[in-house]
Design a protein around this ligand. Structure first.
Ligand SMILES: Cc1cc2nc3c(=O)[nH]c(=O)nc-3n(C[C@H](O)[C@H](O)[C@H](O)COP(=O)(O)O)c2cc1C
Length: 168
């Protein structure tokens, strides 16, 4: 497997901690991890396997570092790249806009030609609306550290096993 570029933005550390767990599951030697506060989107060009992690803030908005990072995608060609997404949100207090940031990022990755892998069933979540849910599946791994933190490690482990064979 080629090195995976894992990019995350995190306000209070939940997405960062999920990113570390994903890196550990993949094997630290297989992953280069970036806090997007410290790089720009041109770094994506160095990787054929990309994992993007984001929490949702405001009301269905991008986390603040993602607000700065995502516009840079317009200058990056993701054609031929395999991209997997994970999102952190709160399905109880933000049930109408659960994980919307992951939906926003998904749209941009598709627009730039990336092949998205790693969709995840919506079973086991209780929410009313999400731009990250299409046809009964989330477009990436859905994590809720606020309400279902006990499920996070198991979900990560299952998802990483699922996406690993699809990485180049
Ligand atoms: C002020 C505030 C706004 C939030 N807005 C949303 C939202 O619109 N949708 C959602 O799914 N989660 C929302 N959340 C939940 C966060 O995404 C969640 O706590 C996440 O784990 C934070 O991850 P981070 O520490 O990596 O930023 C919000 C949380 C706060 C405190």
């Amino acid at each position: 497997m080629k090195t995976v570029g894992l990019f995350f933005g995190s306000e209070t550390g939940n997405t960062e901690s999920a990113a570390s767990m994903i890196a550990a599951e993949l094997g630290e030697g297989n992953v280069a991890m970036y806090n997007i506060a410290d790089c720009d989107a041109s770094t994506l060009a160095s990787y054929d396997n990309i994992i993007l992690g984001a929490s949702t803030w405001g009301f269905g908005e991008l986390q603040s570092d993602w607000e700065n990072f995502l516009p840079g995608f317009d200058s990056v060609d993701l054609t031929g790249k395999t991209v997997a997404l994970f999102g952190l949100g709160d399905q109880v207090n933000y049930a109408d806009v659960f994980l919307d940031a992951m939906g926003t990022i998904y749209e941009k990755v598709r627009e730039r030609g990336g092949t998205v892998v790693g969709s995840w069933a919506t079973d086991g979540y209780d929410f009313t609306g999400s731009t990250a849910a299409l046809n009964g599946s989330f477009v990436g791994l859905a994590l809720d550290a606020d309400n279902q933190d006990d499920l996070t490690a198991g979900r990560i482990s299952e998802w990483v096993s699922m996406i690993s064979p699809q990485l180049q």
